[in-house]
Design a protein around this ligand. Structure first.
Ligand SMILES: NC(=O)c1ccc[n+]([C@@H]2O[C@H](COP(=O)([O-])OP(=O)(O)OC[C@H]3O[C@@H](n4cnc5c(N)ncnc54)[C@H](O)[C@@H]3O)[C@@H](O)[C@H]2O)c1
Length: 362
């Protein structure tokens, strides 16, 4: 097991990364109990069904609420159910919450922890690859509303994160692959050595010997970016660089209808498009996207639209993306593998051409 730290002054917290962390998590529960604090657990229903023993071993008799699987749970209705549960359980201001699941449960549970009694202690136990390398670290929590995804939320940092590769043994292959898109993204935007390792090493799966090392590199990168720009305010990039591929990816999700692509699948197409756009802007040598495409395909991730989507709708969705600042469409691009930059003022015609090459219809 390795222990990293997200350095945020008095809100700093450890990231425990490895395989077989039940003892560590159990210890955290016992420490809370020894301090006479009252706690509860929110858990993704899919994970609860897949690995009941994990929950039993660690949490025993702590009150537990299952969160239905799926994006629909990031809603006010589900938040209300969580708060009713916390109320019925009698979790006080100095109580604690363990949030066990993928990014959906993490975002909802984190927001419940941020808002219950104006904020209580909470722990993240991510159970998807995406949640381990991305959503559980950094304190972004939130819900979706009619107007868009993640529009309601709060920054609320956890007390600790436990990324245990063993919980991924039951994760469906397609979900694992979607998480790999974020891993590849991290290599591209900030860790060229990681990218090379992914290209040259064996294809990763949940029980790969190399997986904990890859998890650690990803968590270290995310921790460094969050430390430098906790609230995504940096003008020079900072947390916004984590959106590499996302302006394209969000557009695909919005136009195809949420659920048609897993988030990581849409990001995969977006990563290829961002690399191609970097080439068009003369930031990367032409042909660079072939390396990206090859690695994405290695994980059975899509590199173009599965079926045509109207290009005008894709462009309109990008204009609505909440990362637009002062009306200017900004894309995260690559200056090199391992070095991302935010670029504004990109001619829409270039982007339109790339969408069409990726299978968008006029
Ligand atoms: N807060 C952030 O910084 C941040 C960053 C990226 C993404 N997100 C959010 O994360 C969400 C996506 O999260 P996700 O990809 O983890 O999906 P998810 O939470 O929907 O989980 C995917 C599926 O896997 C199942 N599952 C989870 N763990 C399992 C396990 N170990 N074994 C078997 N089944 C398991 C779940 O039941 C679900 O059906 C989105 O809502 C996105 O907005 C947040």
């Amino acid at each position: 097991m390795e222990r990293l730290t997200v350095e945020l002054g008095e809100r700093s917290y450890p990231l425990h990364v490895g395989r077989g962390l039940t003892g560590e998590i159990r210890k955290a529960v016992e420490t809370e109990a020894a301090a006479d604090r009252k706690g509860a657990v929110l858990v993704d229903a899919g994970f609860a069904a897949a690995q009941p023993d994990f929950l039993e071993t660690i949490f025993g008799a702590l009150p537990r609420l299952e969160i239905p699987s799926g994006e629909g749970s990031k809603s006010f209705a589900e938040l209300e159910r969580c708060c009713d549960f916390l109320g019925a359980t009698g979790i006080p201001r100095d109580g604690f919450l363990f949030v066990v699941g993928g990014g959906v449960t993490g975002d909802l549970g984190g927001f419940a922890a941020a808002t219950w009694l104006r904020g209580i202690r909470f722990y993240q136990v991510p159970t998807t690859l995406l949640a381990m390398v991305d959503s559980s670290v950094g304190g972004k929590t939130g819900l979706n509303i009619e107007a868009g995804k993640n529009l309601v939320g709060a920054f609320h940092q956890p007390r600790a994160v436990f990324a245990d590769a063993a919980v991924l043994d039951s994760l469906p292959d397609r979900e694992f692959a979607a998480g790999m898109a974020e891993v590849i993204k991290h290599g591209l935007l900030g860790d060229a050595e990681l990218f090379r390792q992914l290209e040259e090493g064996p294809r990763l799966q949940s029980d790969s010997e190399d997986l904990p090392v890859v998890l650690r590199r990803n968590c270290a990168l995310k921790a460094a970016v969050v430390r430098a720009d906790e609230r995504e305010q940096s003008a020079a990039g900072g947390r916004a660089l984590l959106n590499l591929g996302h302006t394209f990816g969000h557009a695909i999700e919005a136009v195809a209808g949420y659920g048609a692509y897993l988030h990581g699948e849409a990001v995969a197409v977006g990563l290829l498009l961002a690399t191609q756009l970097s080439e068009r802007m003369n930031l990367l040598p032409s042909g660079s996207h072939q390396r990206v495409g090859k690695l994405l395909r290695r994980y059975d991730l899509p590199v173009r639209l599965r079926s045509p989507l109207p290009v005008e709708e894709l462009l309109a969705a990008s204009r609505r993306d909440k990362k637009v600042r002062a009306g200017m469409l900004r894309y995260v691009l690559l200056e090199a593998f391992g070095k991302a930059v935010v670029v504004g003022n990109i001619e829409e015609a270039i982007v339109r051409g790339l969408w069409e090459e990726a299978g968008a219809s006029r």
